[in-house]
Ligand binder design. Structure first.
Ligand code: COA
Ligand code: MG
Length: 284
């Protein structure tokens, strides 16, 4: 798997580890990453069987898709067994810890699985207030917004503009970017509402999220399109690079494209966009 920052995470699909059919199906689905879930999508009576099934399923071929295992919390009777099962499992690219509230909540998993990148569910009010220290943890690779849990704890109502969640989304995004981590937006519950999902993806993309967590295969193409650079963005990036190179050759530090100023910082962004398009092409 390429380094976290240089691979796409447009679509991150949750699959309950108790659903063998869905785990098999995912080998051919256009997901950039998969979260194999042992936590909330698995009923208590099925936890042990789901863990055992996942150990075997992860020996299968998921291609370039990043394989992330969401374990049960350390405060549950399943948490320790989950960590033990996947700490050294070569099929798990990363471990996702639920209900992380502070950086210290990552220490025990990091001690058990020192080779595994850790991801944190950002889904409690305390996590929002501690987002900077969580993002700074040396083992942390990525953050996943747990917007359903967060809305519950806040007492927030669902709004299509997610106004009630903006401060939380913004805080986590700031923390992730300050420390160079991946950050994935929360799920869209109404999995048959394509227009609603597209609008929420557009909002997340505008804010700067790397991608969206998804619950159903029908959501994949919508997130993949929303979080990929568009043809227009790529064409503009190429024109900016060409214009800037010409300006530099003429001894200038600034170019103008479509009546807008182009400086070195725009070229950094343009190159990042082109690299992401290449990484997406390599996935597909
Ligand atoms: N990943 C992979 N495949 C999935 C899937 C998923 N998350 N959700 C559904 N599928 C598959 C089904 O197995 C089915 O495959 P089949 O046609 O080969 O039988 C196909 O997609 C169509 O499924 P559908 O009948 O439309 O959905 P459903 O009613 O079976 O399931 C949900 C709906 C929401 C229960 C299911 O999508 C799901 O469990 N999602 C994940 C929930 C989750 O992980 N939550 C925790 C994080 S919020
Ligand atoms: Mg949760």
């Amino acid at each position: 798997m390429p380094a976290a920052r240089h691979r796409p995470y447009r679509s991150v699909l949750y699959i309950p580890a108790c659903n063998a059919r869905a785990m098999e199906k995912a080998k051919s689905l256009p997901a950039d990453a998969i979260i194999f879930d042992l936590e909330d999508a698995v009923a208590p009576a099925e936890k042990d069987a789901a863990r055992a099934a996942l150990v075997i399923a992860l020996q299968g071929d998921y291609g370039a898709r990043a394989r992330i295992v969401r374990v049960n919390g350390a405060d549950t009777i399943w948490g320790a067994a989950d960590l033990a099962a996947f700490a050294r499992h070569s099929g798990a690219d990363a471990l996702l810890l639920p209900k992380v509230g502070a950086a210290a909540d990552l220490d025990a998993a990091h001690a058990l699985a020192p080779e595994k990148p850790l991801w944190a569910m950002m889904e409690t009010p305390l996590a929002m207030l501690n987002a900077a220290q969580i993002a700074a943890h040396p083992a942390l690779a990525g953050m996943v917004m747990g917007t359903n849990d967060l809305a519950k704890d806040l007492g927030a109502r669902h709004r299509s503009d997610r106004l009630a969640l903006q401060s939380a989304l913004g805080l986590c995004l700031l923390a992730a970017r300050a420390h160079g981590r991946i950050i994935i937006d929360g799920v869209y519950n109404a999995f048959r509402d394509d227009a609603g999902l597209a609008a929420e993806c557009a909002q997340g993309r505008d804010m700067g999220f790397d991608g969206k967590t998804l619950i159903h295969p029908a959501q994949l193409p919508i997130a993949n399109a929303a979080f990929a650079p568009s043809q227009a963005e790529l064409a503009l990036a190429r024109r900016q690079i060409a214009a800037f190179e010409a300006a530099c050759s003429a001894g200038q530090a600034v170019a103008v494209v479509d009546g807008k100023i182009v400086e070195n910082l725009h070229i950094v962004a343009a190159n990042a966009l082109l690299r992401m398009a290449e990484a997406i092409a390599a996935m597909e």
